[in-house]
Ligand binder design. Structure first.
Ligand code: NAP
Length: 268
């Protein structure tokens, strides 16, 4: 469920896994206006759904509409997966947390969250999932910066003391000595300006992650690659958030195979 939802790649992923696991079922896109979200969610059990995913703009509002929210999702403050329980009640989960850290581990199997300081840019909804992901993954020191300083300061206070606020005007210097840089803003997305961030202070071996996947290589990732930094785009997070959702619904953790990657990449 999303509004709009037509751009979603999730059907490609889940239809592939439904077929691969020999399940009878389907994954359909449901355009749901925000004012209809409660009715749509309450309709899931009687319509025979195992659950649903939620995307923009429903992830926060839906938390108040389901019957149970798991503790991890509550810390993030958003749900992206709903499970219809046997008694017809609805449970909300957040699988973006798993999706982000797993995408880094897939790209760099030896990567560890406590390998050094981390800088996260952005303080929106996605940043919350990324912060919980890194903290639970063992990060020891995260510098958080955002165009609107107040939002980064609030998040640093909420998730501290591992998360330290860095003023937006100081963001370029906040790249010194980091082992990981993450962009969680929409800057660099198709149709948006590039993220205004100078990489001069970034160590040459620091991993650079951008959770955007359209385009696959944002200007930030292109600049990082040109100076020799290893990079990870947002496609891995997108695919990896879908895996535990499928497991919640059908009991099996699906794999990322070359065949699946080919199918997803063909949609871009
Ligand atoms: P959001 O809640 O609207 O947050 C947007 C963020 O971008 C805020 O930190 C905002 O800063 C910042 N921003 C906007 N315009 C800016 C500008 N001109 N300069 C600097 N910063 C600016 O959005 P979201 O849900 O967190 O999503 C952010 C991005 O993550 C999107 O591109 C989305 O596609 C991507 N995403 C990817 C995945 C995945 O699976 N790969 C999952 C979720 C999201 P202010 O606070 O100052 O406005």
């Amino acid at each position: 469920m999303g509004w709009p939802v037509a751009h979603s790649r999730s059907p490609v992923l889940h239809k592939h896994w439904i077929e691969h696991h020999g399940l009878r079922g389907d994954y359909v896109l449901l355009p749901v206006q925000p004012s209809h979200l409660e009715q749509a969610l309450r309709g899931l059990p009687v319509l025979g759904f195992a659950g649903c995913n939620l995307t923009i703009p429903h992830k926060v509002a839906a938390m108040a509409l389901v019957d149970h929210v798991d503790p991890l999702a509550r810390r993030v403050g958003a749900i992206n997966t709903v499970v219809v329980e046997e008694n017809g009640s609805l449970t909300g989960h957040n699988t973006d947390v798993f999706g982000f850290i797993q995408s880094l581990r897939d790209a760099q199997p030896r990567w560890q969250a406590d390998a050094g300081a981390i800088t996260v840019v952005g303080a929106g909804g996605a940043a919350r999932a990324v912060l919980v992901s890194l903290i639970d993954g063992g990060a020891k020191s995260i510098r958080l910066t955002n165009r609107s300083d107040a939002k980064a300061l609030d998040l640093a206070q909420e998730f501290g003391p591992v998360v330290q606020f860095v003023a937006w005007k100081e963001r370029h210097q906040a790249l010194s000595n980091v082992a990981l840089l993450v962009n969680t803003t929409n800057q660099g997305m198709q149709g948006e300006a590039a993220l205004a961030l100078e990489l001069d202070q970034l160590p040459p071996n620091a991993l650079v992650s951008d959770i955007i996947y359209v385009p696959m290589e944002t200007p930030l990732l292109a600049a990082a690659r040109k100076r020799g930094n290893p990079t990870v785009n947002g496609l891995g997070m997108l695919i990896n958030q879908a895996r535990p959702a499928f497991k919640f619904w059908f009991g099996q953790m699906p794999d990322i195979t070359p065949e699946l990657l080919t199918k997803v990449q063909a949609t871009f």
